[in-house]
Design a protein around this ligand. Structure first.
Ligand SMILES: Cc1cc2nc3c(=O)[nH]c(=O)nc-3n(C[C@H](O)[C@H](O)[C@H](O)COP(=O)(O)OP(=O)(O)OC[C@H]3O[C@@H](n4cnc5c(N)ncnc54)[C@H](O)[C@@H]3O)c2cc1C
Length: 283
């Protein structure tokens, strides 16, 4: 049970959504945009968040889009992980989403909610971090289309009241050879000890990680070491691990050493599976 009352709004267009937010904010109601609601509801039940009003954005047409527009795949922020998986227009994203929570919850979780949520894993963002993806954001003042990497630093940097409307993925990335692996402590359905997504783009490996620290990330320094075909695979993997830009968690879910061990195996698999010709330097 949620131990307090709150108002519910369901705008029909973007302008209405941001306008309602401003009005409710001015009334001191601490409004929240509402996608699938899985995080909002579970945190509200535990009294970890308090809101006087939610603005459900699932009926806003731009947020329900999932189609090729020109040379981009455009996915609205209110599209669910199940819809992304079933459409399979971007197989890596489809697979990453299909390993978040379970089927029932995937029917509710939206792409925007997963990217904008406060829970640290945000696994659906990993494929986007490697693909020169753009984010379309809406505020009362402006609509902007901006490179995701410019506004994603561990979490999406939105101004208060700003709404993520869509992501735009260049088509050339949709069919890149890819790798996805999620490792959990015990059960298949759990938060990740480590999730890795990787692609091969123009003979270069790109990789992004969740579970290796307090936020999901892509590291150009790690990629640079992974792509050192003048070195043996083990050396490349060890060098990449040296470049991890975060402190690896050491907690009940798993020790830092264990996470590194898993990472080493997964990075080796990435090189073996994605490098063409396979395994360029088998020392
Ligand atoms: C049992 C369970 C297991 C889970 N396991 C995992 C896991 O292993 N890995 C993982 O990555 N996730 C996992 N999740 C999902 C994650 O924790 C969040 O619950 C989920 O991603 C939130 O998505 P939502 O659409 O329900 O967002 P909501 O709950 O609707 O919103 C979450 C936050 O994002 C904001 N928001 C939503 N949409 C927008 C938008 N368009 N623009 C701006 N802000 C917005 C909301 O205001 C809110 O602050 C799990 C969830 C559950 C319930």
């Amino acid at each position: 049970m949620i131990p307090y009352d709150f108002e519910y709004y369901r705008p029909e267009n973007l302008a209405e959504a941001v306008e309602i937010f401003q009005t409710l904010e001015a009334e001191g109601k601490n409004p929240l945009y509402y996608g699938g609601g899985t995080e909002i509801i579970s945190m509200a039940r535990m009294s970890n968040i308090f809101t006087g009003a939610v603005i459900d954005v699932k009926e806003v047409p731009e947020l329900k889009v999932m189609e090729i527009q020109g040379d981009h795949l455009v996915i609205g922020a209110a599209v669910t992980l199940t819809q992304i998986h079933e459409a399979n227009l971007f197989p890596l994203l489809a697979q990453a989403g299909a390993r978040v929570a379970d089927h029932t919850i995937q029917n509710k979780i939206t792409l925007g909610g997963n990217i904008c949520g406060t829970i640290i894993y945000r696994e659906a963002v990993l494929p986007l971090l490697m693909t020169e993806c753009e984010a379309v954001t809406i505020s009362p003042a402006a609509r902007q289309t901006i490179a995701l990497e410019k506004i994603f630093a561990g979490r999406l940097k939105l101004n208060r009241g700003e709404l993520l409307a869509q992501v735009r993925i260049p088509q050339e990335y949709l069919s890149c050879p890819y790798f996805h692996a999620k490792r959990t402590k015990k059960d298949k359905i759990d938060y990740p000890l480590l999730t890795v997504c990787a692609i091969n783009k123009d003979d270069q490996i790109r990789a992004a990680f969740s579970g290796l620290g307090d936020y999901p990330f892509r590291s150009l320094e790690m990629e640079s070491e992974l792509n050192r075909t003048d070195l043996g695979v083990e050396q490349r993997v060890n060098n990449a691990i040296e470049k991890i830009p975060l402190v690896i968690p050491d907690n009940l879910l798993g020790s830092a050493g264990y996470r590194k061990f898993i990472l080493k195996n997964l990075l080796t698999s990435i090189i073996k599976e994605l490098e063409d010709p396979p395994y360029a330097n088998p020392q």
